[in-house]
Each structure stands twice: as structure tokens, then as C-alpha cells.
Design a protein around this ligand. Structure first.
Ligand code: SF4
Ligand code: SF4
Length: 170
């Protein structure tokens, strides 16, 4: 079902769910969100240690330009990212996803890099590093695989609150 939705529909549903949560529900998911974000933090730290930022800047984000977000950014990725973004920033993401997608480029890729915050990038993007750093990808995958089970827990918690949200295949 997830794959049949457009990126814009996924982002809009994630935004709708976030806006619909009560303060109590936000509190209930906060521990899990913090765990996921700290796992992203470990990956960020590793990327910093290996000077990945410089490597990626020099290549001007080539992999993002040849990736199609429709295939690999899940609704739950948008939800996580949106928890760190103001309403107007979320609106910009949804607007970017309205551009005709008939091109092989991630529509979340802008001149200033990814429109989603570093600490809540899609897990597929976070786990990827090209052959320009030999060990980085293996280590990133090792760090990010446990995040998938956290995604499933978050999906389950949201479901118990009455919100269906798509995610990676189980
Ligand atoms: S992961 Fe590789 S292809 Fe992607 S931006 Fe970094 S250096 Fe470029
Ligand atoms: S979501 Fe962000 S990091 Fe992932 S491919 Fe798109 S621009 Fe790159």
C-alpha cells in the first residue's frame, strides 16, 4: 500500500498525523523519538569522524541527484523529520514534492542540501555511503539497522492512537 502512495501524499499524511496528536500522545512517543534521534546522532558522529561532509561537498551530493525519493522515503521518515521542523518548513517540503517527478532526482534535494534535518534523514539515506569511503557504509548499516525496529514500534504506537502510517517492509 505504501508504495502506491505519491511522495506528496505520504508527506501530507505524516503532517496531518503530527498536527492531530494531543500533547499527551506526543509525550507518549517522545522517549521512542529520542532513542531514534540519538541513533541518528551516532551515525552523524561517525560521518564527522570520517570527514564525510567534505567528501560529499566535493562531489556536490551526486547520489541525491540520482535517487528517486518516491521509492525509498517512507511516510514514517517524513513523520520523524517533521517532528523537528516548523510548520512553514514542512510546507516547503510538501511544495517541493509537487514538482513533476518525471526526472531521476530526489525532490528533497535542494541547492542547500537535503530539505530534511540531519538528525532525522530517511534511514535509507543515512545508511548509504558510496565507494568513496571504504568502511563507512558497512558501519552506517550496522548503526541504522536497529532503527528499523524502532520505526515498527513507532508505527504500532501511532496505530494504537488511531493513525495508520506507512513504513519499511517488515
Ligand atoms: S555518498 Fe558518495 S555520491 Fe553521495 S554525496 Fe557523498 S560522496 Fe557523493
Ligand atoms: S532525502 Fe535527502 S539525503 Fe535522501 S536522497 Fe533525498 S536529498 Fe538526499
Amino acid at each position: 500500500m505504501e508504495n502506491l502512495k505519491t511522495s506528496k501524499a505520504k508527506a501530507e499524511n505524516a503532517n496531518r498525523i503530527l498536527n492531530a496528536l494531543t500533547e499527551l500522545e506526543k509525550e507518549e512517543i517522545s522517549t521512542l523519538l529520542n532513542e531514534i534521534k540519538s541513533m541518528h546522532g551516532y551515525a552523524n558522529e561517525l560521518l564527522k569522524q570520517k570527514e564525510a561532509g567534505k567528501i560529499c561537498r566535493d562531489c556536490e551530493g551526486e547520489c541525491c541527484k540520482r535517487t528517486v525519493e518516491e521509492e525509498m522515503v517512507y511516510e514514517i521518515d517524513y513523520f520523524l523529520a517533521f517532528t523537528e521542523m516548523a510548520e512553514e518548513e514542512r510546507a516547503k517540503v510538501i511544495e517541493a514534492l509537487e514538482i513533476d517527478g518525471g526526472i531521476l532526482k530526489c525532490r528533497l534535494s535542494s541547492n542547500n542540501g537535503c530539505l530534511l534535518p540531519e538528525n532525522a534523514r530517511p534511514v535509507v539515506c543515512k545508511a548509504y555511503f558510496c565507494e568513496k569511503s571504504e568502511i563507512l557504509e558497512d558501519e552506517l548499516i550496522r548503526l541504522m539497522i536497529p532503527v528499523i525496529s524502532k520505526y515498527l514500534q513507532l508505527q504500532f504506537m501511532l496505530k494504537t492512537m488511531g493513525h495508520e502510517i506507512g513504513g519499511p517492509p517488515e
